[in-house]
Design a binder for this molecule. Structure first.
Ligand code: IMP
Ligand code: MG
Length: 337
């Protein structure tokens, strides 16, 4: 069983929250975090907070093997820090060919007026490392002796696990409209961020995917430059409780209301089979912490049902608070579990 989680807007939809919940309830044998360290996924569980940039947010399930695939890019300091913070020693596998970002890549990006001024990059060295990978001079995980005990062949591990009927959870990063190909170019990241890209990063073919869960927040946020349809002023966003800060850079996120047009396009670009909707408690405060569909305020249920009609796919997961357990799971109602 292969499930892919993908962001439907501009990142920060709550993929970390969704992945951590699915880790707890679905108990995947393997949890793979794709993408690179420019993306921060936040997990809040029973009073503790983790901000993860390279390990899967499904680490809460202690028996999951945590994979970093060959198409991902990581940093050694970030990796070791997260292994410590999540207590994951002994269950992390880094593919031999995973790209390693160095200090030099970060410095290169910091010197780029184009990246900082025009694009609003997170300046984490990801684009510079991607460029080196394309130029075939990037150092890979197998070039670093310190990773020796963690190295493995992710495509083999994952495909063999699927052959045995095991569960694999793929956690994509950023969002569909930050994709290098499908986003608002040039105001995008340095990689494709759609579901197809994530499975390609791992080395798994498209026919092996069972479910694609696209994650939408109940409103849209965007950090950095680039178009944001329907953008509202900061003070208005503040009143609605929609002001957020970016987890990697600390920058204020720009805000817009939910867009059905963007959501529909994201569903098409990812061939999404289900949607997860996060932060419904910001639109409907009485929804906070609710775990059963029937206990949601009536207006919230109506809003979600109307949305489902417009989107054409079921909203199977509804997040009602920051804790991993604040979730309404409707997959059984839809015969998807
Ligand atoms: P870069 O990928 O760090 O160069 O940033 C390019 C653009 O993508 C900027 O607008 C960033 O703010 C945005 N971006 C990159 N990673 C993330 C993310 O994880 N969440 C939200 N925005 C991101
Ligand atoms: Mg984020």
């Amino acid at each position: 069983m292969l499930v892919v989680i993908v962001g439907g807007f501009f990142g920060d939809e709550g993929k970390g929250k969704v992945a951590s919940y699915l880790g707890l309830v679905d108990r995947p044998d393997i949890a793979i975090r794709c993408g690179a360290v420019n993306a921060g996924h936040t997990v809040v569980y029973r009073g503790r907070i983790w901000k993860l940039r390279t390990l899967s947010s499904a680490f809460l399930y202690e028996r999951a093997r945590l994979l970093i695939p060959p198409g991902a890019l990581t940093r050694l300091d970030v990796l070791f820090k997260e292994i410590d913070e999540t207590n994951a020693r002994g269950r992390v596998v880094v593919d031999y060919r995973t790209g390693i970002i160095s200090e030099e890549h970060v410095n290169m990006e910091r010197r780029s007026q184009h990246l900082s001024g025009v694009i609003g990059s997170t300046l984490q060295g990801v684009g510079a490392a991607m460029a080196d990978r394309v130029l075939r001079r990037l150092k890979l995980a197998e070039d670093y002796p310190v990773l020796k005990d963690m190295l493995g062949d992710a495509p083999n591990i994952v495909n063999e696990a699927l052959d045995k009927g095991q569960k694999v959870l793929v956690e994509g990063t950023q969002g569909t409209f930050l994709s290098l190909y499908h986003g608002t170019y040039p105001y995008v990241t340095s990689r494709d961020t759609t579901a197809s890209a994530f499975i390609s990063e791992i080395g798994v073919g498209p026919k092996r995917v069972d479910e694609v869960i696209v994650v939408f927040k109940s409103y849209i946020t965007r950090v950095g430059k680039g178009p944001l349809p329907g953008e509202i002023p900061v003070d208005e966003a503040e009143k609605k409780g929609m002001v957020e800060r970016a987890s990697v850079t600390g920058r204020l996120r720009r805000v817009a209301p939910f867009s059905v047009d963007l959501a529909r396009r994201a569903i098409v670009l990812n061939s999404a089979t289900q949607a997860a909707l996060t932060k419904i408690d910001i639109l409907f405060p009485e929804a906070r912490g609710v775990k059963e569909w029937n206990k949601l305020p009536k207006e919230a249920r109506k809003w979600i049902e109307e949305l489902e009609d417009k989107l054409g796919i079921p909203v199977t997961l509804v997040s009602t608070g920051e804790d991993s357990e604040h979730m309404i799971d409707r997959r059984r109602d839809y015969g998807l579990l």
